[in-house]
Design a protein around this ligand. Structure first.
Ligand code: FMN
Ligand code: FE2
Ligand code: FE2
Length: 427
């Protein structure tokens, strides 16, 4: 067996548990992944081979242009005739790229995928479902390789609808797909040998898993009871040294550290605004004062000029209602508002309450544009925003105050007086 330190100079499989091999590929020159992720030292596409007394299983493949490396490593420890089982934990092209060729080369193999993956086979591999024989599996389904058993865990939306994990019972190895993975390319392969990958691990979680926190928590409920000897993800180091730490870390990352800060009987409402001459700022203060009158609403007020996007994104994740204020400048809302709104893709906003307001000079498009964006982000926008022409007078400031009160009242689940329901409220 070649030394794991030497992975760039060998084309052979690396055995890391009896009969369990890494047969992946290294991609050290990659700097951007899926448009949204940066990596300073590339990535790896980890694929695995398991040899049982009655056949061989392959878990995941590699990106298509790395197929040759994958097949070379596979051939170093098994022949295609021996392959009985192919498991795809996730059909994204970085893992399914070599699948069509593998299916052709391995005539006795049966493909195991999740139910939701079937809808993606055609779109991703350009094959009709009839071209591939496959079996769909759910949590606790087993497949036997004689003296080795694979158990499936249904873990959807980590980070695509189709994702699942596969557990090798006898050796307690969890093939976790992208879960617990990171873009970190290091030929030393194992977490106790590679360089410091903590940043990459957290960064990967923040961009890939964070939007699906509730799904992560559901998956952890399945994973935590498992005895874990090794976690073998599809990117980055194989986690063989104290793997349970990473499971615990995922639990922490998925649970707000100060979750008790806003009381159980309170709802959090946040107002973010930007203002050049102070007009929108005055409206913001009036809305804040109105909302703060409502019992059960915990209200915060932030001037975007004094904030950084990332901490605001963290705050917004924990908020129940978001109110954005922007003047209209050249027919649009201002850039800091859009910057913040476009940074919210990493969190789940579905069902949060949204509202917008702002001062304008003559056309005032900003408010409706922000509301449209909020609806696009699957937020509820129950009231039309307040617009004030130039400097708000006392009457207009009282309207703002009433608006804040109304938003907060809806948030805490009470009816607002004299509120005429329009069809938009039912959306
Ligand atoms: C460069 C510039 C462009 C503007 N473009 C628009 C516009 O397209 N439509 C509009 O209704 N008002 C426009 N305005 C007017 C502002 O929306 C208005 O002055 C508003 O009261 C500013 O509010 P603020 O003090 O909260 O920034 C513009 C103002 C500036 C300075
Ligand atoms: Fe993926
Ligand atoms: Fe991936």
């Amino acid at each position: 067996m070649p030394d794991a330190m030497d992975i760039f100079s060998t084309r052979e499989a690396i055995e890391f548990s009896p009969g369990v091999y890494w047969i992946g590929a290294m991609d050290p020159s990659l700097r951007t992944f899926d448009i949204i992720l940066k990596t300073a030292n590339g990535t790896s596409y980890n694929a695995y081979l398991i040899r049982g007394s009655e056949g061989v299983a392959i878990v995941d493949t590699v990106k298509e242009n790395f197929s040759e490396e994958f097949f070379r490593r596979l051939e170093s420890v098994a022949s295609y005739d021996e392959i009985k089982v192919i498991v795809l934990n996730h059909l994204e092209p970085d893992h399914s790229g070599a699948l069509p060729q593998l299916m052709e080369r391995a005539p006795h193999a049966q493909l195991y995928i999740s139910q939701r993956a079937t809808a993606m086979l055609k779109g991703l591999l350009n094959r009709s479902n009839d071209d591939f024989e496959y079996t769909t599996v759910v949590t606790n389904d087993l497949v036997s390789l004689g003296d080795r058993t694979l158990r499936f865990l249904h873990t959807p939306f980590l980070h695509w609808p189709d994702t699942q994990c596969t557990y090798l019972e006898e050796q307690q190895v969890l093939f976790s797909g992208d879960v617990f993975g990171c873009h970190f390319c290091d030929g030393r392969l194992f977490n106790d040998k590679v360089g410091d990958f903590r940043f990459s691990f957290d960064y990967y979680y923040a961009h890939i898993m964070r939007p699906f926190k509730q799904h992560v928590l559901n998956a952890l409920d399945l994973i935590e009871p498992l005895a874990l000897n090794i976690i073998a993800p599809t990117h980055g180091p194989i986690l063989r040294d104290r793997p349970a730490r990473y499971v615990k870390h995922y639990r922490e990352l998925s649970t707000s550290s100060l979750s008790g800060e806003i009381g159980d009987n309170e709802k959090s409402l946040m107002i973010f605004y930007m203002s050049s001459y102070g007009n929108t700022a005055r409206m913001a203060e009036a809305i804040f004062a109105g909302a703060d009158e409502v019992e059960g609403a915990r209200v915060s007020l932030f001037d975007l000029e004094g904030g950084e996007v990332d901490p605001f994104v963290d705050l917004i994740e924990g908020a129940d209602a978001l109110v954005f204020g922007s003047p209209t400048i050249n027919g649009d809302a201002v850039k800091p508002v859009w910057d913040l709104l476009s940074s919210l893709v990493v969190i789940n906003l579905k069902g949060k309450l949204g509202a917008a307001f702002g001062s304008y000079g003559w056309s005032g498009e900003a408010i409706a544009m922000i509301e449209d964006r909020m609806r696009g982000l699957k937020m509820r926008v129950p009231l039309s925003g307040v617009r004030v022409k130039l400097i708000p007078d006392d009457d207009e400031l009282s309207q703002c105050r009433a608006y804040g009160r109304n938003i907060a009242t809806i948030l805490v689940g009470k009816r607002i007086e004299n509120h005429v329901l329009d069809l938009a409220d039912l959306a």
